[in-house]
Design a protein around this ligand. Structure first.
Ligand SMILES: [Zn+2]
Length: 174
């Protein structure tokens, strides 16, 4: 692989790993999508999940792609589709907690159910890992803002904008 001397990803191992992932499985990241936000602390688990999904799909990729990747309420969300299955996610706010529901898997087969589980596992893992550095963490509320960070990256020490800047992987503008 050739690197340009002005390549901003040079030396940024997370960005390099993310680019390699997109080159390995371009079908997962095609348009149309409604946005892919990747976070440093959760990237390793996401890459493992994508490797698992590619293996589960085998030769027939079924139109699988990520509709949206983002952080919501302090943990990762990986919204996906195939040609046949279009899961719908709902977050229900109840008694001060959040109940997460997934619909639209009624017609899913074994492969699609396993994909669903792989991504739910990756999401659950993000609830216990710092969004910046992957160290053990738990989701806490800071003035109503739910965020999952270790002590070192606590919003009580770092301003919100700086925290987002430190955790979100941004590609250089073309
Ligand atoms: Zn951290």
């Amino acid at each position: 692989m050739a690197f340009h001397t002005n390549d901003l990803a040079r030396g940024d191992e997370h960005l390099v790993a993310l680019r390699a992932l997109k080159e390995r499985y371009p079908y997962m990241f095609i348009a149309p999508n409604i946005g892919h936000d990747f976070y440093r602390g959760w990237l390793a688990d996401f890459i493992i999940a994508c490797d698992d999904i590619d293996r589960l799909l085998g030769d027939n990729k079924r139109g699988f792609h990520f509709r949206q990747v983002k952080e919501k309420l302090g943990w990762a969300r990986y919204y996906w589709r195939t040609e046949k299955v279009k899961p719908l996610r709902l977050s229900l706010f109840m008694n001060g907690g959040v109940l997460e529901r997934q619909h639209g898997l009624e017609s899913a087969d074994d492969v699609e159910n396993q994909i669903s589980q792989v991504l739910l596992n990756a999401e659950n893992s993000s609830r216990q890992k710092c969004i910046v550095c992957s160290e053990p963490a738990e989701s806490r509320s800071f003035g109503g803002w739910l965020v999952c960070t270790c002590e070192r990256h606590s919003p009580s020490l770092i301003a919100r904008d700086d925290l987002l800047h430190a955790s979100l992987l941004r590609e250089a503008a073309k």
